[in-house]
Design a protein. Sequence first.
Lengths: 208, 164
Amino acid sequence: MRAQAVDIIQPKELPRPPEVDDAVLVRQAQAGDLDAYDQLVRRYQERVYSTIYHMTANHEDAADLTQETLIKAHRALRGFKGDCSFFTWLYRIAVNRTLNFLKQRRNRVSYLSLNDVDFNAEHDADLVALVSDKTPRRDIDLSELQARLNVAMLKLSEVHRMVVVLHDIQGLPHEEIAAIMDCNPGTVRSRLFYARQQLQAHLSDYLK
Amino acid sequence: MTMVPDPDEATQKLLRLLALKRHELPPSGFFGRLPHRVLLQIRADAGDGPWWRRFWDAIAREPMVAGSYAALGAGALVFGVSVFQMALDQDGPAFVGLEGMSAPAPEMSVMTAPTLPSGVIYRVRQDDLENPGAMGISMEPFDSGFRGPVHGETWHSTRVSLTD
């Protein structure tokens, strides 16, 4: 009877708003519940890692920075007042940590350490159309295209690259990006416009 | 006359190209291990939990350290066995009590003394060394390099032989 009541209140097919769950988990984590923080980590680790990886184009750096970000966030969690969503707050830490890292990396030689492209990429109609126009050897040129794309991304300044990563790859809205990067949405739009122009110039071979 | 590409079309192509980035995935199992590593580090920073848990966490966090400990332990074991074997080769049959193992208890030495074979290197307590007749054996000092104390008592190496 009790189970039925729960089912009626929270039907499985209706996803609960993540903000509510986050708020509860954050409160529990702030009280010292590591299991609650573990759930938050599992919820956002992929997005945090992806953002950092697309910024650094290096898996090892991204893995270290993601771990640092999640540990730093736990240390700072008591100071989180809930002025923004946990997601935005966590992203802000990740973005700042990554930008600092990239500033330090300017002084040393950096290497690409790219992740493998997953199997689904070869069945992505848009990508297939882009690559197969250039060569019939699709598998090889997907890797080549991946390398060219990452090199082009690294030619952008850090803030321009960050906007492309957050908007065009991660799909975040301008307002969310503005909150994360502590600027206004107009700045985000202008950075995005400039960054796309730069990328189009660098990747003109593939965009004809 | 050169065709000027439509800005919207060029942007759409670029976005399709950027979609490739979403297919770049870290090695399999990475996201399964990462939360574990994060929590281990948080626990280590907090320094909470019993010593064995922190030790275990440290080993789990640094597999190389765990490997080093294992190699060190294995090396110590091999060294101990070698020393034991050398003692056997030098002095014939010998009983060597190891620190940390149960050394011969006083009552045990009295009970087993009559059945001890001659020439056995044995460790006895100071009291027994001074009064070997009570155990029905004779003993001559033998320096195997062993020095007590064991279990709070000083033990000595001695060559044991049965008295008639």
